[in-house]
Design a protein around this ligand. Structure first.
Ligand SMILES: Cc1cc2nc3c(=O)[nH]c(=O)nc-3n(C[C@H](O)[C@H](O)[C@H](O)COP(=O)(O)O)c2cc1C
Length: 381
């Protein structure tokens, strides 16, 4: 581990280090949420509010973190959430993060809007890979993405359904963040004031959306990132569309962006294999319920019928333990690990994953939880 990395002790330390290294517009693109950022803030407070009632006099010499996450064996109840445009933080950040996940034995989810293609990622990484699908209006294009993920051996498909429109991210609108990055006066100024970032960008080349480069039209480049994707996404996708995807993808199918118990129950009835409770890290509907507040109702509505992944606001190993105690199978992490990559590429991302796992292991010891299967509702204070 590079010497300075061991001075960064938690996810917030990495966020602050990333804030120093990245130009303001790139940091804010990653860090920010929609509109007044109410949901973004509540994602944290909802985790912070929960309490665990620790058990005592249990042998916790070697806590066992092994978890089966929808058929994917994982070294901990933790995985990486899909993130597009990561290359803005670090050249080939997708691969850096995926390798960090593989090194720690946890699944990595590749975004449709990644700058690394489905096939290139599968070749670059020797670890469990899931693929996240956004649905475009052109159905043949969706089918082609699904087929590519299947051929490349991805172990699960995560269908994100909370991007019916682009969230109104006002920090991006103010900063004029557009993709592909064009050298506006602002970016030139930011490059001069952040030379290490600018050099790594020049070295890495301008990001391309390799999965969708054949589809998104060039003239959409002048819009904000969210709008660029959203104008091509299928806002008409409904329950009938879900049935079509179910037919195209026979493997594990997880729907991401579930917040309402009634939707959760219906998804189970429709035959999905897993639910991903998420408000997209507060980046979409501001005013949406925090994931950790939504989880208990969803667990109740689905009575443990399918595994549940939760994301949005996970910053500590303790959050993962709380997620388990509330009924989730595993927690996914987004920004925390991307800030790790922004600071030091693969080593930085690996350090963040390592910290989260270490914190979880310590929390399990202190809460008297010898194995992940024992991290259940009985722990809730
Ligand atoms: C920079 C960035 C890009 C994202 N891109 C995607 C994406 O392409 N697909 C998707 O389903 N979610 C995307 N998300 C949402 C994440 O998958 C996840 O839901 C969210 O980041 C979790 O919250 P956290 O950042 O608080 O951990 C993105 C999030 C960020 C921060």
């Amino acid at each position: 581990m590079p010497a300075q990395l061991d001075k960064l002790l938690n996810a917030e330390d990495f966020r602050q280090a990333a804030r120093r290294r990245l130009p303001k517009s790139i940091f804010e693109f990653i860090d920010g949420g929609a509109e007044d950022e109410i949901t973004l803030r509540e994602n944290r407070t909802a985790f912070e509010r929960r309490r665990i009632a620790p058990r005592i006099l249990t042998d916790v010499t070697e806590p066992d973190l092994q978890t089966d996450i929808l058929g994917t064996p994982a070294a901990a109840p933790l995985l990486i959430a899909p993130m597009g445009s990561c290359m803005l933080a670090w050249p080939e950040a997708d691969i850096a993060i995926a390798r960090a996940a593989a090194a720690h034995g946890i699944p990595y989810t590749l975004s449709t809007m990644s700058t690394t293609s489905i096939e290139r990622m599968a070749r670059a990484v020797d670890g469990p890979l899931w693929f996240q699908l956004y649905l475009f209006r052109q159905r043949e294009f969706n089918a082609a993405l699904i087929e590519r993920a299947q051929k490349a051996g991805y172990q699960a498909m995560v269908l994100t359904v909370d991007l019916q429109a682009g969230g109104k991210r006002e920090r991006d609108l103010r900063n004029g963040v557009v993709l592909p990055l064009r050298l506006s006066l602002r970016q030139i100024v930011e490059g001069v004031t952040h030379p290490r970032w600018a050099l790594s960008m020049l070295h890495g080349g301008l990001p391309q959306f390799e999965n969708v480069s054949g589809y998104l039209s060039a003239e959409s480049a002048g819009l904000t990132i969210a709008a660029r994707a959203a104008q091509n996404l299928d806002a008409g996708f409904d329950w009938g569309g879900l049935a079509r995807i179910r037919e195209l993808w026979p493997g594990k199918l997880i729907v991401k962006g579930v917040l309402h118990p009634a939707d959760a129950a219906r998804l189970v009835a429709e035959g999905v294999d897993g639910l991903w409770v998420s408000n997209h890290g507060g980046r979409q509907l501001d005013g949406a319920i925090a994931s950790a507040d939504a989880l208990p109702g969803i667990v109740e509505a689905t009575r443990g019928d399918v595994p549940i992944v939760i994301d949005s606001g996970v910053r500590r190993g303790m959050d993962v333990l709380k997620a388990r105690a509330m009924g989730a199978t595993a927690a996914a992490v987004g920004r925390a690990v991307l800030f790790g990559a922004a600071v030091a590429g693969e080593a930085g991302a690996a350090r963040v994953v390592g910290i989260l796992i270490d914190e979880l292991q310590r929390a399990m010891r202190l809460a008297g939880v010898p194995r992940v299967s024992k991290a259940d509702g009985s722990l809730l204070g």
